[in-house]
Structures are given as structure tokens and as C-alpha cells.
Design a protein around this ligand. Structure first.
Ligand code: SAM
Length: 244
């Protein structure tokens, strides 16, 4: 997979591209991630990429020309072009999986007050990473790139992904590591037992309980197995008894 990020702040990506799993994925040539500075494409003699908005108002708006000339230069026939935008579709794990279908992704980072609205006509979709306003799309581009890259085959093991939060419609069960006792708090016995089936059941139970307590909306959209339905029933009864 190739991901190209269009930004006027390429230096923001240095740490991101050269650290941990993203760095390894690049060095193994599993993903190619490029950063293109669209300021280099401006035809303005003062190298400007933004202008005052027509109609007045606060702030500066990114112009079409530098972004679209840069996009035309880097895009391939099969590129899927994403505009980072707080007004776009909310980014979720399912979207990260869906983006795996593209071999070539281009992500455009806005800044200042945002873009000339006509840029929307040249992209395939607009993505928001959440209901808040960032100074620029760079963090959004990193979020999307990170979430997608770790799902690309060969980047991390498929087993690690399987049980993760959101992967099977549940929150992940709690995890523990050494020491067995810390500040008087001990690791649940079953995890030390080596009994795989009991550990599986414990984790499923904890996963269902956590999801019910913190994100009940996830359970509404999920088809439960018979085992999960039984466990959930038990959890509900136990929680109701605790409340009495
Ligand atoms: C300050 S924001 C512009 C906000 C715009 N004036 C508005 O009210 O919708 C500048 C740029 O940051 C990026 N950005 C800000 N918040 C974002 C979010 N939640 N998700 C994705 N990108 C975001 C976008 O690229 C946006 O064009």
C-alpha cells in the first residue's frame, strides 16, 4: 500500500514516520508513506497557499491551485483521495478496514480556516477524526495512516488484532502483566492457571461486561452467540443484584 500525505508542514511527520511500528512497516516495504509539501506547488510569487475568504470573515482559506496541482502530480489512476475535514464522515475502526481495499491513498491536510469549498469536487471522500476542531489535518492524517497501516498484512500479527477493542464489536478485556501483586492488587487467579478454556471464558465475560457498562451501544449492533447471550444475562443479573 502507498499513502501520500499533502501538507504544508511536512516536518510534523518526521517523528511519526520514524518511530515504532510505522517505521518498521516502511523499512520492510510493506507500506510506502510519502509526504508532499503543497506549498512547493504554489504559483504565487510570495509562496502563499491561502487567501482571505470572499464575503469576509475571520482567518485564511487554502486556495485550490497549490493543493490541486500537488494532488495531480502525486495521484495515480487508482488513488483514493481523502480530505481531512471536521465536517466529514467520522473515522471508525470499520472505516480503517474498508480503506485496506485501496492500494493507493492520498490524504490532504487542511489548515487555518480550512479549504476553498471547490476542493471537495476533486476528492473521493472527506473524513473527520472526531467532533472537535484541530489546527490542521496533520494529526488526522496520522490517525488514519496509523490505524490503516497496522491492519495491513504483515505489519502486526493477525492474532493481536483479533481480540482488540472494536474488532469484534466489543471492548477488549482487561490485561495484566508482572508482577502478580502490585500495591495490594492481584492479577485474577484464572489468568495464572494455564487453563486455556477458562481463560477464554473469563476474557469473554469481562469483555461483555466492560462493553455493557461503558459502550452498551456496541451491543445493540452485534449478533450475539448463544454463549454470549447467556453470559450477558448473567452479567445483567449480577449487576442488578449489586445495585440492590
Ligand atoms: C481549524 S480547521 C478548519 C475548521 C473549519 N473552519 C470548520 O469550522 O469546519 C483546519 C483544518 O484542520 C483539519 N481538521 C480540523 N479538525 C479536524 C477533525 N476533527 N478531523 C479531521 N480534520 C480536522 C481539517 O483539514 C481542516 O481543514
Amino acid at each position: 500500500m502507498r499513502i501520500t500525505i499533502l501538507t504544508i508542514f511536512p516536518e510534523m511527520f518526521e517523528g511519526f514516520l520514524n518511530t515504532s511500528i510505522i517505521k518498521k512497516a516502511r523499512l520492510k516495504n510493506i507500506v510506502e508513506i510519502n509526504v508532499a509539501d503543497f506549498r512547493q506547488y504554489t504559483k504565487d510569487k510570495h509562496h502563499r497557499v491561502d487567501e482571505y475568504p470572499f464575503g469576509g470573515g475571520q482567518g485564511m482559506v487554502l486556495m485550490c491551485q497549490p493543493i490541486l496541482d500537488c494532488l495531480n502530480d502525486v495521484r495515480r489512476e487508482n488513488s483514493h483521495v481523502i480530505l481531512t475535514n471536521p465536517t466529514g464522515e467520522k473515522f471508525v475502526q470499520a472505516k480503517a478496514h474498508q480503506l485496506l481495499e485501496y492500494d493507493d491513498i492520498v490524504i490532504i491536510c487542511g489548515h487555518y480556516e480550512g479549504y476553498d469549498a471547490r476542493i471537495s469536487d476533486y476528492v473521493d471522500e472527506e473524513i473527520s477524526i472526531g467532533d472537535y476542531i484541530l489546527t490542521g489535518g496533520e494529526l488526522g492524517a496520522m490517525v488514519i495512516t496509523d490505524a490503516v497501516t497496522r491492519l495491513v498484512e504483515g505489519v502486526i500479527s493477525a492474532d493481536s488484532i483479533e481480540d482488540e477493542t472494536f474488532e469484534n464489536g466489543l471492548l477488549e478485556y482487561p490485561q495484566y502483566t508482572k508482577p502478580v501483586e502490585y500495591d495490594g492488587k492481584t492479577v485474577p487467579e484464572v489468568l495464572l492457571s494455564g487453563h486455556h478454556e477458562n481463560i477464554r471464558k473469563f476474557r469473554l465475560y469481562e469483555s461483555l461486561k466492560k462493553t455493557l457498562q461503558l459502550r452498551p451501544d456496541l451491543l445493540e449492533n452485534r449478533e450475539l452467540t448463544a454463549e454470549e447471550s447467556r453470559m450477558l444475562e448473567q452479567i445483567r443479573e449480577e449487576l442488578a443484584a449489586e445495585e440492590k
